[in-house]
Each structure stands twice: as structure tokens, then as C-alpha cells.
Design a protein around this ligand. Structure first.
Ligand code: 26V
Length: 816
């Protein structure tokens, strides 16, 4: 059975079965009677990959033939999640594979569970990049994702005695059938050494070199035909024998140095709250951009014979500041290798780059010490100085700004330790800078980048985030997908999510409300079974499922959620015979390994879960579950089962949030602050269908300005004081009464206590509505009906039109 027999025509179950068995025997060398479920999965992934490969190769040919302007999306993180089921759904092969496995006496859903969940990202930023790749392919946009193939992705979280334990994530151990190794696609990446400025252009003589080697992952479009690459780089010593110590014959120490460099792609930095300033991280960032920019130029020169056409052919997008060194790297290549004058190279860069900001939190803004950069990347530092000089002398000073302003906008921050401000470099070099939700983009312009907005008002814009309905409905919630197919007359909604608004005319129909309630209930049963199996905790699927799943951060206020849980527990004990609405509180999320407060929060949640779940008096009225090892695949299980989505960050702090969108799309109601995309969700679903509480950005700022004092709130609210004292004095940690004293009695930077009462009141409204099922499910349907805007397809269309100026492959350009 050759590949081409298999591809054309599209295979039925019999062909699929033959192909799987063929792959098992001849690619993996395994006798079917000995094959484990993981072996079957690998065989099936090879079989599925064959089908997208033809699309992948022909897409490349279309791009070449029509010289399609292409966007290169540079990101240190791509949180792709499992690929197998997604690829079957995108290629309409789920049925054929399901049937094939049935004939083999196996179950496709069980086999799919064998796939490792590639976690090459921390959270929101990495998952957004993955949703964007899905939309780019589906919209037929010529695009390449560039990232790092970390050997170890995000750590695996275990909970032992209530505490987070981190274990390495061995995602590559079972092989990665999905990726094509490209041993011939390799680019040297250099580090260190000296800069000889006696020539022009100056000569960089690096001390070390390492090869970046490509692995390509196919990103299939929904509906077949198109597939784009995600190119991930690994580090290999390779054949670079041209360096000083080799030349001097010191073979072993040179090998040693090379081996140290092979660790560059070893591990993802698991901290998305604070920039660490570590040398290895800087090396990783440069490794990504150097390999990618060299590859982009090589691709360009395959199509055009001149470097000068680069800005017409290429858009490079920077996902946060992590790949910002692409700017001096492109400058270096244009000046040093192509002998372009500085001004010409700079003009090209400004046409090519665009940048997305994903956080206003000052501790997450990347700054690199000038000393470190001088050591590691002397030529790049030199170029950054020249960019800064050019910017200050040609742009800022002519407009008459004073020295104080110049100090503020300089790429170099003066002080004891001089630092390179990466966000400033990104803004100065990019033609467009965007935030990720309206409120965030407004705050970005009025606070973080206010000085730059005065200089370049037209440079700043907003593109509100979105999520892909392929993964977040079709893969995660197949029953909901069938429900939508039925009531929207087909599956067109999957690529045109605004079709969901047709639900608006059905929301009062009791049968449809019930049908949706059954879809929700089935997802809750599925989650309850998982929690029973994995954690041995019994939860009641008829209870209200109240869910907060995301990275653990003080600003996301998981500890305020805990305050409400304890308050509710107190109320039930005070009044045990009242008619309480049973609730299951579900939380999940990882804490950065060095973030103590976040780790304490996880422990508090687990202590409280243990205590409350074992208290006979509250019976089934409250259950608390912290599900370990939050991941994309767990999100796919949890989100469809949620009744209530907790989006409770302090106003002004969550740039957008994207789980808020996934929940609402799956018919959960949101309880949330006026923060990030919650604000726009409110506008779309209407105030009657969402529970908004808490201070606004302006109120938060006023509180800060007036010297926020948490005791103004604790001392004036006896119920809050009771909760705080219980936790702080060890009611849930009797073996160590002061365990949570600090967590409760800190300066409350994110104003949990100020928002507590309004949060509790909103929670009472939630209970009230949930007890009126017809109203609740109506509101859930209204939410779904009005979430079309939050498709990542819409986000990508905005980027293509407003920022990249990229045209998709047209109907006429497709083959046949
Ligand atoms: C920051 C850093 C700092 C240096 C060390 C490594 C590292 C890794 C990741 C980050 C990213 C922090 C920014 C981030 O993830 N922002 C989130 O982006 C989402 C997508 O736009 C958005 O929905 C979330 O609100 C925002 O917190």
C-alpha cells in the first residue's frame, strides 16, 4: 500500500485500517499482536499525518507559485495540546479512524488518550499562539510559526500533602510521530566573542557556535486543502569545527563548550510572571530569532533574487518581547552580510516588524543587563545603541522633548546596572503595536507606552484575542458540536462563528433549553467520573460546577475565590437548614516554581478542600476539588462541564484572558470583574446574562492613590474578618496554625478585600438564577449565541487587514 493509493481518493475505514497496520509493522517494526495502545497511537498518527502531508506540500507550492506575502509568527511558546484528534476533525477523518479502530477491536477515544500533551508554553500567551496557527491555516493565510522544540515543556504538577511538586515533562519519550525532522535545515547561531570596530561594518568574531536544526509540525486547516508549518528549532553541536579552541587543538574543552550549548533547547522557562534575567533564557531567545531570521531570508531569496524586496514579501510578528532580538539580528544581517547602509536597513525593519504586548505587569517586562548582552551578543548591543542614537537624535529631539522625556524613552535604562528595555525596542522598531483587548490596549497607551503614544499615535492599536472553535468546541465538546449542527443547519458555524447568533431566536424554546441542559449534564458526568477515578473524590453532577482554572497568580485572585468558599461554608454551618444550592468548586493551575505566594495558594486550596470535603455537616452542599496538572487536555475536559466561569482578576491587570471566551462558548455563565476581555464579553452577551462585580479600573487606581489599606475593608465587614481570621489562625491548617498568616495579612496588592463584598453579593445572584433552570439555560444559550466575535478567526482577520497586510490564498489559487 503506497502513500498515494492511500491519499486519493480520501480513505474509507478499510484503507485507514490497512494504513495503520502498515505503519505499525513497517514504520515502527511492531507485530500487531504485541502492540500496546501507545504503539497503535503512533501508527495511527503516522497514518493521519500522510493525509495532511499532501496538503502541506501543495500549500508550499501555491505560496511559491503565487509569491504569496507571508507572515512569520515568532513565539517562545506554542501551547499546541494534543494533535491527533484535532487533525482527524480538521480533515474530516474522525469517523473513518473510529471505524477502523473498531474493526481492530480498539476504541479511538482510548487510543487518543495515549498522546502526550505537548506543553511548549506556560499559559495564555502560548495557547493564543496555538489558536492563531489553527486560524491562520483555516483562513488559508500564508504563515509560518517559529518556536523552540524544548525537550522538556511545562513541568508536570503533582500534589503531595497538598503541596505542588514539579516533575519533568517527558513529552518526547514515546517519539513524536507528528513532526518531520529536517536534518538538512540547519543554521549556525553564534554567541560571545569580540567586536572588531576597526572596520566598517564592524566584524563580530564569535567565541561559540551551535547549529539550530528544524523540526516541522504540520498545522492542518479545518476543511483540508491547506496546511501550514510550525517550525521548531533544536540545538545540535553538528559539524562546526571552525572555532578558536578547535583551531588551537583543544579538542576536549571545545567539545565541552559545545555540549553546554546543546542545552539551549532543553527546557521551557516555567515563569510567566517575572522576567528572570538569566543568561540561558537570553541565549534561548537569540537562538530562536537567529535561526528564524536566517530561514526567513533564505526563503525570500528562493523567490526573489534581491534582499531589497524583503518588506514586500515578509511580515514578522513578535509575540511579546521574547523574540525582540529579531530586530537587531535582521539589522546585523542586512548591514554586515548584505552591506546595506544603516538607514536603509532600519527603514526595512520598520516595515517588517509588528509586536503584541500581553501584559502591563512591570515585573514581567523584559530587561537585559547591558553587561550580559555585551558578553553574549556584542554586535547586537552595538546595533541597539545605534538604533537608540538614531531614534533620539532623529525622532525625539527634533520634536523638542526635554532630557527627562529622553531618559524615559531611551532603550537603555540608566542606573547602577544599565539595562536594555526590550519593550521599548519593540515599539520603536515596529510599524504596529497592539494590545489584546480593548481595555488593555487603552491602558497600554495611557500608561506603559504613554510617551511613545505621544511620539507615534498611529502606531498603537487593538486586536482583541479569540479562541478557535475547532479545538474548543469540536474537539473538546463533541456533543455540543452536534447540538449546534442540528440547530444551526450544519457545521458552517465552525468556520463562521457569527452563525451562532441564529441561536438567539431559539433561546426561549424549552425543548432546546432542555437539550442544552442535557449536553451540559453529560459533560459534568464525564468530569465527575474523571475526578472519581483520578482523585477518588465523589462529586454530584447536579450541583453547580463553579470553575477557576488558570495559572496561579496573586493578580488572578484565586485566594479571593477561597475567601468566598470559606464564607459560604460558614454561612451553611450557621444556618444548616436553609435551602442551599449545592456547589462543586473546581480549581486547577500551576504555580511558577519560584513563586512562593502562588504555591501557598495551592496549598491553601488543598487544605480547605480536605477540611470541607470531610466535614459531615456540609454534606454535599460544598465540595472543593483542586485538579492536579492543569494542561490543554484537562481544559478540554473541564471547560465543557462548567456552569460558572470565574474571571475575577483585579480590574486593569488581566490583559485579556482567553479561558473566559472558551467557557462562555461552552455555555457557562461568567462571574467576573471589568477586566480584560470580560468587558467586551459583557457588551456582547448583555448585562442580564453575566455577573459583573468589583471595582473598576478607575476605582482601583483611586484606592491605590489614597494609600490602600486592607483593614479598612476587613475591619468593617465582620463576615470577611471571620474568614480572614479563620484562615490566618489555622482553622484549615491545625497542624501548623500560622501557615497562612502571611498570605492573609500581606499588603493585599490586588485588593481582594476591597472586592470581597461585591463578589459575595454577585455569588448570591448566581445561586438565585441557577435555581431557575429555564432562566439559567436561557442565559447560557444567549451567551453562546453572542460569542461569535471571540473566534480567533476574527482576530486573525483583524491582524491580516490592520497589521500584516496579508491576503489569504484565494479560491482561484487553490489547485483544480
Ligand atoms: C512572560 C515571561 C517573562 C519572562 C520569563 C518568561 C516569560 C514567559 C511568558 C511571559 C508571558 C506573560 C504574558 C502573558 O502570558 N500574558 C497573557 O497573554 C494572554 C494572551 O494574550 C492574555 O489572555 C492574558 O490575559 C495575559 O496574562
Amino acid at each position: 500500500l503506497t502513500t498515494y493509493d492511500y491519499i486519493n481518493p480520501k480513505p474509507d475505514a478499510e484503507l485507514v485500517r490497512k494504513s495503520i497496520v502498515y505503519k505499525l509493522i513497517f514504520i515502527l517494526g511492531i507485530d500487531p499482536k504485541d502492540a500496546t495502545p501507545a504503539d497503535w497511537l503512533n501508527a495511527a498518527m503516522f497514518a493521519a499525518r500522510d493525509l495532511s502531508t499532501e496538503n502541506f506540500l501543495s500549500t508550499r507550492q501555491i505560496h511559491e507559485k503565487f509569491k504569496k506575502r507571508t507572515v512569520y509568527y515568532l513565539s517562545m511558546e506554542f501551547l499546541m495540546g494534543r494533535a491527533f484528534t484535532n487533525s482527524l476533525i480538521n480533515q474530516d477523518l474522525y469517523g473513518a479512524f473510529e471505524q477502523a479502530f473498531k474493526e481492530l477491536g480498539l476504541n479511538l477515544a482510548d487510543i487518543s488518550e495515549q498522546e502526550a500533551d505537548p506543553a511548549l508554553g506556560n499559559g495564555g500567551l502560548g495557547r493564543l499562539a496555538a489558536c492563531f496557527l489553527d486560524s491562520l491555516a483555516t483562513l488559508r493565510v500564508p504563515a509560518v510559526g517559529y518556536g523552540i522544540r524544548y525537550q522538556y515543556g511545562m513541568f508536570k504538577q503533582e500534589i503531595v500533602d497538598g503541596k505542588q511538586i514539579e516533575k519533568p515533562d517527558l513529552w518526547l519519550d514515546n517519539g513524536m510521530a507528528w513532526q518531520f525532522a529536517r536534518p538538512a535545515k540547519r543554521f549556525p547561531v553564534s554567541f560571545g566573542g569580540t567586536l572588531d570596530t576597526s572596520h566598517y561594518p564592524p566584524r563580530w568574531k564569535p567565541a561559540e557556535q551551535i547549529n539550530a536544526v528544524a523540526y516541522d509540525e504540520i498545522v492542518p486547516a479545518f476543511g483540508g486543502q491547506i496546511a501550514n508549518p510550525l517550525r521548531l528549532w533544536t540545538a545540535h553541536t553538528g559539524d562546526l569545527f571552525n572555532l578558536a579552541s578547535f583551531n588551537e587543538g583543544d579538542y576536549f574543552s571545545s567539545m565541552e563548550a559545545q555540549m553546554k550549548n546543546e542545552t539551549i533547547a532543553n527546557v521551557l522557562y516555567p515563569n510567566d510572571a517575572t522576567a528572570v534575567g538569566r543568561e540561558l533564557r537570553l541565549k534561548q531567545e537569540y537562538f530562536l530569532v537567529s535561526a528564524s531570521v536566517q530561514d526567513i531570508i533564505a526563503r525570500h531569496l528562493c523567490r526573489y533574487d534581491s534582499i531589497h524586496t524583503l518588506p514586500e514579501d515578509v511580515a514578522i510578528h513578535l509575540n511579546d518581547t521574547h523574540p525582540v532580538l529579531a530586530i537587531p539580528e535582521l539589522m546585523r544581517i542586512l548591514i554586515d552580510d548584505y552591506y546595506l547602509p544603516f538607514d536603509q536597513a532600519w527603514a526595512m525593519c520598520q516595515k517588517i516588524f509588528s509586536y503584541t504586548n500581553h501584559t502591563l505587569m512591570s515585573e514581567a517586562l523584559e530587561k537585559w543587563s547591558v553587561d550580559m548582552m555585551a558578553q553574549l551578543l556584542p554586535r547586537h548591543l552595538d546595533i541597539i545603541y545605534k538604533i537608540n542614537h538614531h531614534f533620539i537624535e532623529n525622532v525625539v529631539r527634533p520634536q523638542g522633548y526635554d532630557d527627562d522625556f529622553i531618559r524615559r524613552v531611551s532603550i537603555i535604562e540608566e542606573g547602577e546596572q544599565r539595562q536594555v528595555r526590550m519593550a521599548w525596542l519593540a515599539v520603536i522598531a515596529s510599524h504596529k503595536v497592539n494590545g489584546v483587548a480593548k481595555i488593555h490596549s487603552d491602558l497600554m497607551v495611557s500608561s506603559l507606552f504613554a510617551d511613545f503614544a505621544a511620539l507615534f499615535p498611529e502606531r498603537f492599536t487593538n486586536v482583541t484575542n479569540g479562541v478557535t472553535p475547532r479545538r474548543w468546541i469540536a474537539v473538546a465538546n463533541p456533543k455540543l458540536a452536534r447540538f449546534l449542527d442540528k440547530h444551526l443547519g450544519g457545521s458552517g458555524w465552525l468556520t463562521d462563528l457569527n452563525q451562532l447568533n441564529q441561536l438567539n431566536k431559539l433561546v426561549d424554546n424549552k425543548d432546546i433549553q432542555n437539550e442544552f441542559a442535557n449536553v451540559k449534564h453529560a459533560a459534568k458526568v464525564r468530569l465527575a467520573e474523571y475526578i472519581q477515578r483520578e482523585m477518588n473524590i465523589t462529586i454530584n453532577p447536579n450541583a453547580l460546577f463553579d470553575v477557576q482554572i488558570k495559572r496561579i497568580h496573586a493578580y488572578k485572585r484565586q485566594s479571593m475565590n477561597v475567601l468566598h468558599i470559606v464564607h459560604r461554608y460558614n454561612q451553611i454551618l450557621n444556618n444548616p437548614n436553609a435551602d442551599w444550592q449545592p456547589r462543586v468548586f473546581i480549581l486547577a493551575g500551576k504555580a511558577a516554581s519560584s513563586y512562593n505566594e502562588a504555591k501557598q495558594t495551592i496549598r491553601l486550596i488543598n487544605d480547605i478542600a480536605y477540611f470541607i470535603n470531610h466535614d459531615e455537616r456540609v454534606r454535599d452542599l460544598i465540595k472543593v476539588v483542586f485538579i492536579p496538572n492543569y494542561s490543554v487536555s484537562l481544559a478540554e475536559l473541564i471547560i465543557p462541564a462548567a456552569d460558572l466561569s470565574e474571571q475575577i482578576s483585579l480590574a486593569g491587570k488581566e490583559a485579556s484572558g482567553t479561558s473566559n471566551m472558551k467557557f462562555a462558548l461552552n455555555g457557562a455563565l461568567t462571574i467576573g470583574t471589568l477586566d480584560g476581555a470580560n468587558v467586551e464579553i459583557l457588551q456582547h452577551v448583555g448585562a442580564e446574562n453575566i455577573f459583573i462585580f468589583g471595582n473598576t479600573v478607575e476605582q482601583v487606581q483611586t484606592l491605590y492613590r489614597n494609600g490602600y489599606n486592607p483593614y479598612d475593608f476587613i475591619d468593617n465587614d465582620p463576615e470577611l474578618a471571620q474568614v480572614v481570621n479563620q484562615i490566618a489562625q489555622g482553622a484549615f491548617s491545625p497542624d501548623e496554625p500560622h501557615r497562612y498568616h502571611k498570605l492573609m495579612h500581606n499588603r493585599d496588592e490586588f485588593q481582594r478585600y476591597a472586592d470581597f463584598r461585591s463578589y459575595v453579593n454577585a455569588q448570591a445572584q448566581v445561586d438565585k438564577l441557577y435555581r431557575q433552570p429555564e432562566k439559567w439555560y436561557r442565559a447560557a444559550l444567549v451567551n453562546m449565541a453572542n460569542m461569535g466575535y471571540f473566534s480567533s478567526d476574527r482576530s486573525i482577520e483583524d491582524y491580516c487587514r490592520e497589521i500584516w497586510r496579508i491576503e489569504p490564498v484565494s479560491e482561484q489559487e487553490l489547485p483544480r
